[in-house]
Ligand binder design. Structure first.
Ligand SMILES: NC(=O)c1ccc[n+]([C@@H]2O[C@H](COP(=O)([O-])OP(=O)(O)OC[C@H]3O[C@@H](n4cnc5c(N)ncnc54)[C@H](O)[C@@H]3O)[C@@H](O)[C@H]2O)c1
Length: 338
């Protein structure tokens, strides 16, 4: 008998990852598919040969099926209503990023989770791969000394169509959350201030600003510098961003694709203008699944083990606040404090 009865809310592009994951688990049963457009839900049921009802309203689906977990894979504008409704009906929620569409939404969602006594955990799939785990370990090992300057470059030119093309801040709201969350993960630090300049370059196919530069001061004294664009044709970086962390004794590099490494000076008795450096390879020890599957493994493990998940809303609110405070800074032209 499956322990987890799942309602899938939002059967668009991203739902395939979640459904394919659910189908790998014996303790999970998808009991309903929900979409504003019921045909979308019906087509998904057909595609995966799912023998379950389809709905247009998540509350009705939960009540009629007795579900205990909701996957919220709807668009950002629907996340708050779906999450709050599901929590109030006694379900845990595993939801796509971002937490709502504003800081106020995120605070209300976290409050709803606390009051319900259920878990609300956010998808941060880009924390779950061998290389970022090795990079985090390398940065935090002391190999490069005290990390003081964290840099992430993100330059890609995806032509999505759909909601992102008409959002006000598509890059910062829909994508940079991953990079900001990765910066917290790598540094083990939380932000204390941000200055953000958002803009839209000539030729951008987005209505809102698809490029941004953000400077975050972190609570361990480090500065995190983010440069990103979603309208950058040619010479793409990895979706994981290209990282350079400068510490007091050396530099750690991860291009987002290959194995991370550090370069540290070769010790010598004599003063040198520029020291020769040696390469230190990161240790790839993470043996979990990648991406969505890894994050979903952690979400279910947290319920089974009765503990807080790594990407629980109480942690994720620090990442999503980087998004909303960056947008506030861009709109006001001022440095914003957390
Ligand atoms: N973690 C990642 O790497 C990643 C990647 C892509 C998208 N996402 C996130 O996943 C979410 C969905 O993105 P997508 O690309 O699948 O979008 P999409 O537009 O393809 O699909 C969203 C679906 O949700 C449905 N929907 C919207 N409001 C609803 C509501 N109130 N009730 C029921 N259904 C509703 C829409 O009809 C649509 O079918 C977004 O939050 C996005 O930011 C995450």
């Amino acid at each position: 008998m499956p322990e987890f009865k799942i309602v899938v809310a939002g059967c668009g592009g991203m739902s395939h990852q979640w459904i394919e994951y659910a189908l790998t688990r014996k303790d999970v049963e998808i009991v309903a598919l929900v979409d504003l457009f019921e045909d979308v839900a019906k087509n998904t049921a057909k595609k995966y040969s799912l023998d379950c009802n389809t709905y247009t309203d998540v509350s009705t689906a939960i009540k009629e099926t007795g579900a205990n977990v909701v996957f919220d894979i709807t668009i950002p504008a629907s996340h708050k209503n779906i999450t709050v409704a599901a929590l109030s009906l006694g379900c845990h929620v595993f939801g796509e990023k971002p937490m709502g569409e504003s800081m106020q939404d995120a605070i209300e969602m976290q409050k709803a989770a606390k009051e319900s006594g259920k878990s609300y955990v956010v998808m941060q799939n880009r924390r779950f791969n061998k290389q970022i785990r090795a990079f985090r370990d390398l940065v935090q090992s002391g190999e490069i000394g005290v990390p003081g300057f964290i840099n992430a470059d993100f330059f890609l030119g995806p032509h999505f169509g759909g909601f992102r093309d008409v959002m006000d801040s598509p890059l910062v709201l829909d994508m940079a959350i991953h990079t900001f969350d990765q910066a917290r993960f790598i540094s083990g630090a939380n932000p204390i201030s941000v200055y953000c300049h958002e803009f839209n370059t000539e030729g951008s196919w987005y209505k809102g600003n698809a490029s941004a530069i953000c400077i975050f001061e972190m609570d361990n004294g480090a500065v995190f510098n983010y440069r990103g664009s979603w309208s950058a044709e040619g010479a793409p970086t990895s979706w994981e961003s290209s990282w350079r962390v400068v510490g007091s004794k050396g530099t750690a590099i991860w291009d987002g694709t290959h194995s991370p490494y550090a370069e540290v000076p070769i010790p010598t008795e004599e003063h040198q203008f520029l020291y020769n450096s040696q390469k230190v390879e990161a240790t790839l020890s993470y043996s979990g699944q990648d991406g969505h599957f890894g994050c979903l493994d952690e979400m279910f493990a947290s319920l089974i083990e009765g503990r807080t998940a790594e990407t629980d809303c109480t942690d994720n609110i620090h990442s999503v606040s980087m998004v909303y405070k960056a947008i506030e800074s861009a709109r006001t032209g001022k440095k914003v404090y957390f």
